[in-house]
Design a protein around this ligand. Structure first.
Ligand code: NAP
Length: 708
């Protein structure tokens, strides 16, 4: 009896009862991509999907809801560390699916990289709380007592991931990380051919003992009736073919957030300036080689259409042929020296060869490579036929004519393997038209050093792409590559690519949350968001710089005394800093300026004075000032005016791993008429616990009068 790959449901490993196994055709067998040996079997007879979803919505929601964004972010880092420690196991296992070491770099290291990236982005860009504020405060009444603001709170359901076979680890982790950070539990359904790799990384995470209860579940195999159990508040993140996506989208109940990343006939344009002999031509050839051979071309982002100037077609094919002969060794990834593995399965190989046949039927001619089964390097290092391995050699398909004369099939048929078409163009506009005919892509790359070519292609093709990469002599070495989505940037694309653009960066976290406009008084918005709003209560007991995070509360405030400004002050500041801009130094020229009544104080003088007015100088819990944000000067200050500052603790973000945290202060500089001179946020680092005070500080603290 074959072993059944377990699922992980309700925080336990699960396989069907022996008696419940599929009687009709038996469990689905998953085979080694190079040898055809059975690796594992899949069967989910009797699986309780409704129960698993409900467990996520209750137990998973509760355990993740008890954590802040930063606490979840730190767990992601720990998951990354755990997977890194056991990377070798994952590399070995992935070889069974046809992945070479280089392929696993993108899947395994790429997946781990996603966890680290989201961990640090989460701690840098999200508050250490549970509500995310979107955009500025909108004052909705003249007296400031009624405000509006947009907030994001997490969805109450479960994030169901249905993933493609080609990236069993990265493809899942790029969705798991943002869902987890948002506080939404995940149920992963990997594609059958590589489900055992997904099971392995899930097992490693389970074995850390760090997964919050119900935050991650895995279904190894079919998910019959899954969509019947989904409801408002749940999400489906689908990755796979466009045809499966449209079938599943139709099954999603209203209110279920369904997004898809599907197949895409990505383009790569060789600019007219990138003639043979230029660094851009060389970079283009190298990139095309990488895209054809990495994961044996089984990448949603791989180049399917090489769009090149008509007179560059032959030199490009020749250059690529040379590179393939030099660099490509097709074979079993377990053998030394193999640089390109098999496709994931014989079924996938047949599918690819069928697609090549469709391109040929539409007028294509194989200009490089062959559809014959290649002789390959076998696991023992010998060379020979591998009848049970899913091997295909790199193939380039050429077409007669250019532009509109090219058949539709070249823009429509996805051969999900080491296959690309080479298409000729005669003008940059024609190249742009060809890119657009892909019907919406994940990525297009352009090799050019000419900004005019790049600008035309940006204007004409960006709307058809989720990502554009411009390759030139300066970034050719450092570029992450045409086919590599990065966790910081959008992954997805319009039209045929699925219409998804939610993955990449903090927008992917927000995709798992609901944006709601919240209206209320300053006090209510302060209470709901944990961020002090102008107009809410403030407290001026002790100087807030004498308070550690344990003592400080939002709304703690210092209102300084006033300080008068003289012409001498302006001149001293100008001479000291060297900033002798005419608005400060030349009465006549300043008065002629539309914004100033005459000579005025430097804005930086005012900000410096404000610091002098609000700072409490003795050593204490405030450790450092690390910046200002949103600084705006609103009313000029002339000699004879006075300024004062009101500083209020606005947001407190303790760091999970340090003995200090960030405090954002609301700073308002006012003049003697109470007009606002400047507003900004002051950013400081403050100790969590009271620090031992010097005698002077203790005395200052005891006597400080900080009332208005
Ligand atoms: P697929 O055949 O469309 O399958 C995708 C996923 O859907 C698999 O997990 C599959 O599970 C599942 N699925 C199929 N029918 C289902 C149903 N009725 N209910 C629930 N789940 C169902 O695609 P694939 O062969 O795995 O992947 C290759 C394709 O994915 C290519 O076309 C490629 O371009 C695309 N892709 C796109 C991206 C992207 O980001 N845009 C990334 C990678 C791949 P089973 O395997 O168990 O059938």
């Amino acid at each position: 009896m074959t072993n059944i790959l377990p699922s992980y449901l309700r925080d336990q490993w699960w396989v069907p009862e022996a008696g419940a196994l599929r009687q009709d055709q038996g469990p689905a067998q998953v085979r080694d991509a190079s040898t055809g040996e059975v690796v594992t079997s899949l069967d989910t007879q009797g699986i309780d999907l409704a129960g698993a979803l409900e467990y996520a919505r209750t137990v998973g929601q509760e355990s993740l809801g008890a954590l802040t964004f930063h606490q979840r972010a730190l767990l992601l880092k720990q998951f990354g560390v755990a997977l890194t420690a056991r990377k070798e196991e994952l590399y070995e296992l992935s070889k069974r699916a046809g992945a070479t070491v280089r392929d696993s770099l993108s899947d395994i290291d790429g997946g781990i990289g996603v966890l680290f990236t989201y961990s640090s982005k989460g701690r840098r860009e999200l508050p250490n709380g549970q509500v995310y504020l979107d955009g500025p405060v909108e004052p909705l009444s003249k007296d400031g007592s009624f405000l509006g603001r947009h907030v994001y709170t997490r969805l109450p359901g479960v994030a169901v991931q249905i993933n493609a076979f080609n990236f069993p680890m990265w493809g899942a982790l790029e969705k798991f990380a943002p869902a987890f950070l948002a506080g939404v539990p995940t149920l992963v359904k990997p594609a059958s051919p590589t489900a055992y790799v997904a099971e392995a990384w899930v097992r490693i995470l389970v074995e850390t003992g760090l997964l919050p209860a119900g935050s991650l579940q895995l279904v190894s195999g079919a998910v019959p009736g899954l969509f019947e159990h989904l409801r408002l508040g749940d999400l489906v993140g689908f990755t796979g073919s466009a045809s499966t996506a449209s079938r599943l989208r139709a099954q999603a109940a209203p209110g279920v957030r369904f997004t898809s990343e599907t197949d895409s006939i990505n383009a790569s344009v060789l600019g007219p300036d990138a003639v043979p002999g230029t660094p851009e031509f060389d970079a283009y050839v190298k990139q095309l080689l990488v895209e054809l051979t990495t994961k044996a071309g089984q990448k949603c982002t791989a180049i399917r259409r090489a769009i090149v100037p008509a007179d560059a077609v032959d030199p490009l094919v020749a250059a690529l042929r040379e590179k393939i002969a030099e660099r490509v060794v097709v074979g079993d990834p377990r053998a030394e020296g193999v640089t390109m593995g098999p496709l994931v399965s014989l079924a996938q190989r047949d599918e690819v060869l069928r697609a090549v046949g469709a391109l040929q039927a539409a007028g294509g001619r194989i200009v490089l490579g062959t559809t014959d089964a290649p002789h390959v390097t076998l696991a023992d290092g010998t060379t020979g036929a591998a009848p049970d391995g899913a091997f295909v050699a790199p193939i380039l398909v050429g077409f007669e004519g250019d532009g509109d004369a090219l058949p539709d099939a070249v823009h429509e048929v996805e051969a999900f393997g080491p296959v690309a078409s080479i298409l000729a163009y005669r003008s940059v506009d024609e190249a742009a038209d060809l890119v657009g005919r892909g019907g919406g892509s994940l990525v297009t790359s352009v090799a050019t050093v000419d900004p005019a070519v790049a600008a035309t292609l940006l204007a004409r093709t960006a709307a058809y792409n989720g990502r554009l990469l411009f390759l030139d002599r300066d970034d050719a070495r450092s570029s992450t590559g045409h086919g590599a989505p990065v966790p910081h940037l959008v992954h997805g694309g319009p039209g045929r690519a699925g219409g998804g653009e939610e993955l990449g960066g903090i927008r992917a976290v927000l995709h798992h949350m609901q944006r709601t406009a919240v209206q209320g008084s300053p006090a209510m918005l302060t209470a709901l968001t944990g961020v002090w709003h102008q107009g809410a209560a403030s407290r001026s007991d002790r100087h807030p710089f004498r308070k550690s995070l344990a003592e400080l509360a939002i709304g703690d405030q210092i209102a300084s005394p006033s300080r008068p400004l003289t012409l001498d002050d302006i001149e001293t500041f100008a001479n000291f800093t060297g900033d002798r801009f005419y608005a400060h130094m030349d009465e006549e020229a300043a008065a002629a300026n539309p914004f100033f009544p005459g000579r005025v104080a430097h804005g930086y003088l005012l900000v410096s004075w404000a610091a002098g007015l609000f700072v409490d100088p003795e050593p204490g819990p405030v450790l450092a000032n690390y910046g200002l944000e949103n600084l705006r000067f609103m009313t000029p200050v002339s000699p004879g005016d006075e300024i004062r500052v009101v500083l209020t603790a606005k947001q407190i973000t303790p760091r999970e791993t340090d003995e200090y945290g960030e405090v954002r202060w609301d700073a308002v500089i006012l003049n003697q008429r109470d007009e606002i001179v400047a507003t900004y946020d002051v950013l400081t680092l403050v100790a969590k616990e009271p620090v031992e005070e010097t005698d002077a500080a203790a005395a200052a603290s005891a006597t400080a009068e900080v009332g208005v």
